[in-house]
Design a protein around this ligand. Structure first.
Ligand SMILES: O=C(CO)[C@@H](O)[C@H](O)COP(=O)(O)O
Ligand SMILES: [Fe+2]
Length: 227
């Protein structure tokens, strides 16, 4: 996985048909997705449950782009190896999930994945400063994690702008996650984000038997940020 700062759209399969992940992923990739975003929730760190490493391993067989795994779990460290073996390309842990984030990021890289660090909307950037040499991606949550289809939190635009300044020339992706639509996406790419996670805005109106709306939705986001 080589680094580039062009805008990438990463549909979140949280908004896909859970009984049809394989076909959903193939459909959304055929319709222009750059990465596939996989939300793992434990019912403890966040008030919702999704799935674990076996489901990720099954999903990985259908991903031909980048498997971007967002871990909303605490603790994280005991599961890193299993998610790496399941095929994650990017493995993102939350700063808020434990006291030893530096160790967690080391372990993710040690397992052969790109290391991602996610920040809840209420979390500031101070603690990121000493982790910049340990991360390949920083995910700024633009909703409180746990559910798809929530409203974008505008205060995070300024956070992304400051983060972009802090990162400078380092090869670190800025990902944004939650409430991304053709209206909110340009605010974030202008502030410096390059990976746009979008669940409901990509999957709305389509299905595996009628995937054309996925393409229209992806193109609408791309067109909105192109200017
Ligand atoms: O991590 C999360 C939610 O916790 C996200 O990845 C959501 O799945 C994004 O969904 P939309 O807000 O785009 O519907
Ligand atoms: Fe996510």
């Amino acid at each position: 996985m080589s680094f580039d700062r062009s805008v990438k759209i990463a549909p979140s399969i949280l908004s896909a048909d859970f009984a049809n992940f394989g076909q959903e992923i193939e459909a959304v990739e055929a319709q222009g997705a750059d990465w596939i975003h996989v939300d793992v929730m434990d019912g403890h760190f966040v008030p919702n449950l999704t799935f674990g490493p076996p489901m990720c391993a099954a999903i990985a067989k259908h991903i031909n782009t980048v498997m971007d795994v967002h871990l909303m779990i605490a603790p994280v460290d005991p599961y890193i190896e299993a998610f790496a073996e399941a095929g994650a390309d990017v493995l993102t842990a939350h700063l808020e999930a434990g006291a030893h984030t530096h160790r967690t990021l080391q372990a993710i890289r040690g397992a052969g994945c790109k290391a991602g660090l996610a920040l809840n909307p209420a979390t500031g950037l101070e603690e990121v400063e000493y982790l910049l040499d340990m991360v390949d991606l920083i995910c700024v949550m633009t909703v409180n994690p746990g559910f798809g289809g929530q409203k974008f939190i505008h205060s995070q635009v300024e956070k992304v702008r400051r983060l972009r300044e802090m990162i400078g020339d380092r090869p670190i992706h800025i990902e944004i996650d939650g409430g991304i639509t053709p209206e909110t996406a340009p605010l974030m790419t202008q502030a410096g984000a390059d990976v746009l996670v979008a669940g409901s805005a990509v999957f709305k109106g389509g299905s595996v038997s009628d995937p054309a709306p996925y393409g229209e939705n992806i193109r609408a986001i791309r067109a909105a940020v192109a200017g």
